[in-house]
Design a protein around this ligand. Structure first.
Ligand code: GDG
Length: 465
């Protein structure tokens, strides 16, 4: 596939990650991909600094590193409460992950969300030049495109959603659903990870707003939006190299030594209720109960760095996990064996890669996930001669591509227990076959493919009238 040269790119996302010259892969793959798009095309990456200020001034801090210019602004404490901790993480995130029970609907949150998007639009507007393509990321900024149009912006604007799009009836629970979806017609291209998320969006737009779909073009009144499913990938070679780098090999050896001949099962997730961590612990417990003979043959290493710690539901999941892990360890541990090693800190990416490689099983069991990059990283880090087995939830976007994983329903402790047994017994030939097919997919649709497919569609779309 040939790629169009892009005009300057303006990327806008809640948080911005400037290149830091690190060789330990400290930055995530998405940050690196967006930075390299800017290195190739020039442009700016705009977003919140993560800092608070007494009064919003719109003063921009510019930095330039390795050919990437970032522009960030501080937000007021009330903005952070209502926009970030509020509407983004207490309303949209749970609802879009089908957790109606956890979603909170406060007018202050919706008001703060709108206010911050207006502020972002007014602040970034003067930085956008004629001919620039604007690419907005994720659920923090659904209405930003419309706010930019209100300010007269005629440029092409694209939007990519990193989380699932919920089914129509579920989204209808959101008081602002209709208005929110209407704002999205300000975009020229909207990308989702999977056909499922895309068709839920189209379903809402057609049935609730009266939009019509022709091919991949969704129309509402005068507006046309191209919708596309473009699954995000990882930098496969970089990840495989991290796994065999000096620190990666060291981490691998340390894990193997500390395993003393036992098989390691690994989970790596931000501590988030969407990741199915409670269900994972319970599925593993079921495995221990059903297979007493396997008890001292395996252990589960769960790495779960805390996230969004100021949101109540995140504090609750943290204490619930501590109590489940404590109970399981209390019930099954022996002087020379602990069934779950539960760790609440993060590790550098090269160390993580070595840990993945040392694990016989990668256990990735989200209840709902836009894509899930850990599943792909686990595959990329494996030893081609003796790869481990990926157990993957059907409800992760990644399951659409990684059909050679052992796919499970994470709500069923029995299925999880069976899958662990199946993975432990799986012969080397089958493991290699499955792994090779998964590698072919993640290599073909890697991170560079993702961003080029999207930006290509964006520059080819007709200029907005
Ligand atoms: C959202 C969507 C979608 C985790 N622990 C450590 C660490 N990580 C890294 C992983 C991976 C990343 O964080 C997590 O990515 P996921 O895709 O699994 O999940 P979300 O954070 O929820 O991301 C998701 C993604 O956006 C991209 O579109 O796939 O569905 O929810 O890269 O490796 N990294 C380091 N230390 C850790 O301890 N260095």
């Amino acid at each position: 596939m040939e790629f169009d040269p892009l005009s300057r790119l303006v990327i806008i996302s809640n948080r911005v990650s400037a290149p830091n010259g690190s060789h330990s892969g400290a930055q995530g793959g998405l940050a690196v991909a967006l930075a390299s798009a800017l290195q190739e095309n020039g442009g700016i990456w705009f977003g919140w600094s993560g800092e608070e200020t007494d009064e919003y001034t719109g003063q921009i801090t510019f930095t330039r590193a390795e050919g990437v210019t970032t522009a960030t602004v501080d937000l007021e404490a009330q903005d952070v409460d209502e926009y970030y901790n509020g509407y983004a993480n207490r309303t949209l995130w749970p609802l879009f992950h089908y957790r109606v029970d956890l979603a909170e609907y406060e007018r202050e949150f919706a008001g703060g969300y709108k206010r911050v998007n207006v502020r972002f639009a007014e602040t970034v507007r003067p930085l956008i030049e004629d001919g620039d393509a604007v690419w907005i990321q994720d659920y923090h900024m659904f209405p930003l495109g419309e706010e930019l149009r209100r300010l007269g912006l005629k440029n092409r604007i694209g939007f990519f959603l990193h989380i699932p799009w919920p089914p129509r009836r579920l989204l209808s629970i959101l008081p602002e659903a209709e208005a929110l979806v209407r704002t999205m017609f300000a975009y020229d291209v909207i990308g989702f990870h999977t056909e499922e998320w895309l068709s839920s969006f189209v379903d809402y737009a057609c049935h609730e707003l009266g939009a019509t779909l022709e091919g991949d073009i969704l129309r509402l009144g005068e507006r046309r939006v191209q919708v596309m499913a473009v699954p995000i990938g990882i930098d496969v070679d970089e990840f495989a190299e991290l796994a065999t780098s000096t620190r990666g090999r060291l981490a691998f050896r340390q894990m193997r030594d500390s395993a003393v001949g036992r098989d390691m099962i690994v989970g790596v997730d931000r501590l988030d209720y969407s990741k199915g961590l409670e269900e994972r612990f319970l599925g593993y417990e079921r495995f221990l109960t059903e297979h007493p003979e396997e008890r001292k043959e395996v252990f589960l290493l769960q790495i779960a760095p805390p996230s969004r710690a100021s949101v109540g539901s995140y504090q609750r999941i943290r204490s619930s996990l501590e109590s489940i892990a404590g109970r399981i360890n209390g019930a099954y541990s022996d002087v020379d064996w602990t069934p779950i090693r539960y760790v609440n800190q993060g590790y550098p990416r090269d160390v993580l890669a070595g840990i993945y490689r040392a694990a016989k099983i990668g256990l990735v069991t989200p209840l709902r996930d836009g894509m899930n990059l850990v599943a792909k990283e686990y595959v990329a880090a494996q030893n081609p001669e003796d790869p481990g087995v990926l157990i993957l939830s059907r409800f992760a976007g990644a399951a659409c591509q990684l059909t050679d994983a052992v796919l499970i329903n994470p709500y069923s402790a029995e299925e999880m227990a069976d899958a662990i047994m199946q993975a432990l017994r799986m012969g080397r030939d089958e493991r290699i076959e499955r792994w090779e097919r998964m590698m072919a997919v993640i290599r073909r649709e890697d991170i560079a493919w993702w961003r080029r497919t999207f930006t290509n569609a964006l520059v080819r779309t007709p200029e907005p009238a």
